[in-house]
Design a protein around this ligand. Structure first.
Ligand code: NAD
Length: 508
């Protein structure tokens, strides 16, 4: 361990949301902390706020009272940059502008000792660019905390071209000593989390734009079928549509407008209309007092079909069989069929989506009553399953398919016939971005999955998820999506290599 000793004074520059949170974390870890802000009174005000929250945590029993008091005493406002002279680490959390950050570190070089480490909390500016004008850029690295810093466990340790490996190591060990989980990343656009998470928003927004389903149903499906903590609409409403759109635009621009990062017109319209989410009272959903809580659109109860069969032993087929059994519903257990069907109810035949629309699959199979099911994180326990029917599917067969799923205890979310459906399309694109990120040497496979679980609460890391489903399945889904929707869905080289080698992405 090369963590900084807790006697080392730590400076935080910028006493806004992030600076205050980081100062609290450093003080609680036992360091003397100096907080500086160019806005008069901002540092003192932030310290008062931190002390209040420390005392509130102690009052609720979530923090030892003695620890809260000593952290409160460890915080001091610094009126001038020159007051940071004795610090061993300076963490910058000022305005997100390259000129301001470069100027600040340039000024700090003339004040602090040669062995003082410099860290930036930037979420989008290349660390290489921030350090480019420094005399000793090797001591600068990114220390990317997530909001709120005291509660979020993840810290991305970002290395620019000139960051010395020893600097990254000390920053990582210090973050770990502060109770955080560090992951190492190179300074590429969006680092790990803000890059790999883009498809979670982008695919959901695209499905809304295609009118495949409405925002409340999308959120419900992503939670109750996909196992995500929040759906894309409620999450972007919480983050702020303007903030989320700005991050998407910056990653898109940084990747030279690659089609997979294309920003959403629908989101831009929300921003233009001032519907920024919770903070403005309305976004995708309405948060004004008395506004109704939007309900997902689920199918009305249907009678159980008279003839039911479950085909093969895929995870979805096994889950359907055991859920039917548990509810005492009789069915035939049939062997796997050539067309990869999962279940049959009367004339309705159900398949797991493979990235083709139900309509196209019905045509390819010459079977009008073709219906598709979405990917569930765990089909044994999922509360809800989206169902898409081919345009040529007659109404009685649609209702039989609904009846079958309801007999197995699922709420059924009928959606329009969108290729790749909802969870499968999102997970396939998350896995593709994750594989590409690791392939480009941005971070290790293990750190990528860890970052996505801790930074944005995903139920599984995207690489782990892909390995469970099978890279070949994800590759097929993407290839079909590419046929219907173009280059945006091109499987990356790393995913193709996993398919051909049969090796898990985690071994990449
Ligand atoms: P903020 O606007 O809440 O706070 C910024 C503070 O910096 C203000 O108090 C401002 O007066 C001060 N400041 C501006 N220029 C300064 C200078 N030259 N010297 C000293 N103080 C200066 O911003 P924030 O949300 O805390 O973000 C700060 C940084 O953290 C940004 O780089 C941002 O991208 C990054 N970040 C933000 C989040 C988030 O969710 N808010 C998450 C991760 C990273």
């Amino acid at each position: 361990m090369t963590a900084l000793d807790t006697s080392t004074p730590v400076a935080v520059v910028g006493a806004g949301t992030m600076g205050a949170g980081i100062a609290q974390v450093a003080a609680l870890a036992g360091h003397p902390v100096r907080l500086h802000d160019t806005r008069p009174g901002a540092a003192t005000q932030a310290i008062d706020g931190i002390r209040d929250s420390l005392r509130a945590l102690a009052a609720k029993g979530r923090l030892d009272a003695g620890q809260a008091e000593s952290a409160a005493r460890a915080l001091r406002a610094a009126d001038a940059l020159a007051d940071l002279e004795s610090c061993g680490l300076v963490i910058e959390a000022i305005v997100e502008r390259l000129d301001a950050k470069a100027a600040l570190f340039g000024a700090l070089e003339a004040i602090v000792a040669p062995d003082c480490l410099l860290a930036t909390n930037t979420s989008s500016i290349p660390v290489t660019a921030i350090g480019a004008g420094l005399r000793h850029p090797g001591r600068l690295g990114g220390l990317h905390f997530f909001n709120p810093a005291p509660r979020m466990p993840l810290v991305e340790i970002v290395s620019g071209l000139d960051t010395a490996p020893a600097t990254a190591q000390v920053l990582a060990d210090t973050a770990a000593a502060w109770g955080k989980t560090p992951v190492l990343t190179r300074s590429t656009p969006g680092f790990i989390v803000n890059r790999v998470a883009r498809p979670f928003y982008a695919e959901g927004l695209r499905l809304l734009q295609e009118r495949a389903l409405d925002p409340a149903t999308l959120d419900h499906v992503m939670r109750t079928c996909g196992g995500f903590r929040m759906g894309p609409c409620e999450l972007t409403d919480l983050i702020g549509q303007d903030i989320n759109a700005a991050v998407s635009r910056s990653v898109w621009a940084a990747f030279h407008h690659a089609p997979r990062f294309e920003p959403s017109l629908l989101q831009q319209e929300l921003v233009d209309g001032g519907r920024l989410g919770r903070k403005s009272g309305r976004g995708f959903h309405d948060y004004r007092p008395g506004a109704p809580v939007p309900a997902p659109r689920l199918a009305a109860p249907q009678p159980y079909p008279e003839t039911l069969s479950i085909h093969g032993d895929s995870p979805l087929a096994q889950a359907l069989a055991s859920r039917l059994q548990a509810r005492g519903v009789a069915f035939d257990a049939a062997p796997a069929a050539d067309d990869a069907r999962v279940a049959r109810a009367g004339d309705a035949v159900l398949y797991l989506t493979d990235g083709r629309s139900a309509t196209r699959r019905a045509r390819d199979l010459n079977r009008p009553a073709t219906l598709l099911l979405d990917l569930a994180l765990d089909p044994m326990t999922a509360a809800c399953l989206p169902l898409a029917a081919a345009r040529q599917c007659p109404e009685p067969e649609r209702l039989e398919a609904v009846g079958l799923l309801q007999a197995a205890g699922f709420d059924v979310a009928p959606i329009q016939d969108a290729p790749g459906m909802v969870v499968m399309r999102t997970v396939a694109m998350l896995a593709n971005e994750a594989a590409d990120t690791v392939h480009q040497g941005v971070c290790s496979a293990a750190d990528l999955d860890l970052a996505m679980r801790l930074g944005v609460n995903y139920p599984l890391g995207p690489l782990d998820w892909c390995d469970r489903i099978g890279a070949d399945t994800i590759g097929t889904v993407l290839a079909h999506l590419r046929d219907s929707d173009g280059e945006r869905y091109r499987p990356c080289a790393a995913l193709q290599s996993a398919i051909h080698s049969g090796k898990p992405l985690h071994d990449a």
